[in-house]
Design a protein around this ligand. Structure first.
Ligand code: URA
Length: 408
């Protein structure tokens, strides 16, 4: 049976719900081995899946754990997910904006793996910030202040956790059907009424071209229809890092700058405003124009920033204690010219080499290290001018800086 199922997929045939259920639950129970699951995942990666198979797999993932419900909290709950990128601190900014607009925000985030950072690691760089809340604590906090940002409660789509870990080491992460069922199962299980997905495309992302991003978008919208959830997507660039700061404490600091309108001109601000506008439009059932006005107003009048401070205080954090390493190294331009490219992937690799990310799940990260860009794409630079400051520790490896900037 096991080999028959693998062979069926290898030949590009459609697997039934029963076959998928048998195989995936068999893996979760330990009856199917890593090498057998890896083989099926690779066959899926190469031959794809039909819509029916994808709906079946999503259901199998959802049913592997708890399904949360927040129907007792008034208002439309809109959740947002990003497929991951370098310098992506959007959740820290959008959550408070949307909550300040009066829409309840319950956001469960993950840790970073690979070169992309995770919201939970960024939040933990705020001393005292508690990322583990029980379902009841989440409810209480959202009722009181309208927002909770937490780690995933233990039992949401546990199947996704084990399959994702295997995909990560078997070259099967970038399969569109697998990404769609992985993300949508978690979003549906976490009780969102409406879902916004930020699909990143480019060097620093899982997907490298827009066609694949469009396919993923269509699939996630279809899965949403099956579960009667409105799903919207935006496709955003990840060839270039988001904003000026990469690294956990540094990204919290940049999020605060955006919320306080101290940083108004960057690709980060643009993406945050676009995402927040979609969420507010969905959460309040209003036009995008009206939603954009609301988003700008809560940024301009300081209420989005105040909401962030309220959130941090409610979860025990102390923003005044966020710190970056005192030990720095500056990268200077070796020529005159204009910055044509800042390679997101290379910058992500550098941030991990400095100690801001994990090479394996067990690695401990240093919240205080990272990279601050002084220049962005399109800026003119002179030979000897500082392009970036690296915040480092004694173990940081600063050798991987050569392929980051393209200056012509
Ligand atoms: N993010 C997820 O949660 N799952 C994927 O498969 C890819 C990105």
């Amino acid at each position: 049976m096991i080999v028959d199922i693998i062979n069926k997929k290898r030949l590009g045939k459609e697997l039934s719900y029963r076959e998928l259920d048998y195989f995936f639950n068999g893996y979760l129970n330990g009856n199917i081995k890593d090498y057998q699951m890896s083989s099926l995942l690779m066959a899926i990666c190469i031959n794809g899946m039909t819509d029916e198979e994808i709906f079946a797999l999503t259901k199998i993932f959802i049913d592997s754990g708890d399904i949360l419900e927040f129907d007792d909290i008034p208002g439309i709950k809109v959740d947002k997910h990003s497929t991951g990128g370098i310098g992506d601190k959007t959740t820290l900014i959008i959550g408070p904006i949307v909550a300040a607009c009066g829409i309840p925000v319950i956001k469960m985030s993950g840790r970073g793996l690979g070169y992309t950072g995770g919201t939970i690691d960024k939040l933990e760089s705020i001393p005292g910030f508690k990322i583990k809340l029980t379902e009841n604590q989440i409810r209480k906090q959202v009722r009181e202040i309208g927002i909770a940002l937490t780690g995933q409660t233990a039992n949401l789509a546990p199947m996704d956790k084990v399959i994702y870990a295997l995909r990560d080491v078997t070259g099967t992460v970038s399969s569109i059907p697998l990404i769609a069922s992985s993300i949508m199962s978690k979003k549906i299980a976490s009780g969102a009424d409406k879902i916004l997905i930020d699909i990143k495309v480019g060097r620093g992302a899982l997907l490298s071209n827009r066609e694949d991003a469009k396919k993923l978008s269509e699939l996630m919208i279809k899965i949403g229809e099956v579960y009667h959830r409105e799903v919207r997507t935006i496709i955003s660039d990840m060839n270039t890092p988001l904003g000026y700061k990469v690294g956990n404490s540094l990204e919290v600091i940049e999020a605060v700058e955006v919320l306080r309108r101290k940083s108004v001109d960057s690709n980060l601000v643009d993406v945050c405003v676009e995402l927040a506008t979609e969420m507010v439009s969905m959460g309040k059932n209003i036009s995008k124009k009206e939603a954009l006005d609301l988003v700008n107003s809560v940024l301009d009048d300081g209420s989005a920033y105040k909401k962030f401070v309220e959130l941090v205080n409610a979860q025990g954090g102390d923003l005044t204690k966020v710190s970056v390493s005192k030990k720095v190294k500056r990268i200077k331009s070796t020529s005159n010219g204009v910055i044509k490219k800042i390679d997101a992937l290379e910058l992500g690799k550098l941030s991990v080499a400095l100690g801001a990310g994990r090479k394996s799940k067990e690695d401990k990260i240093d919240y205080t290290v990272g990279i601050k860009l002084h220049k962005h794409i399109g800026d003119e630079v002179k030979k000897g001018e500082v392009l970036a400051t690296l915040y480092i520790n004694d173990k940081s490896d600063c050798s991987e800086i050569n392929n980051i900037f393209d200056i012509k």
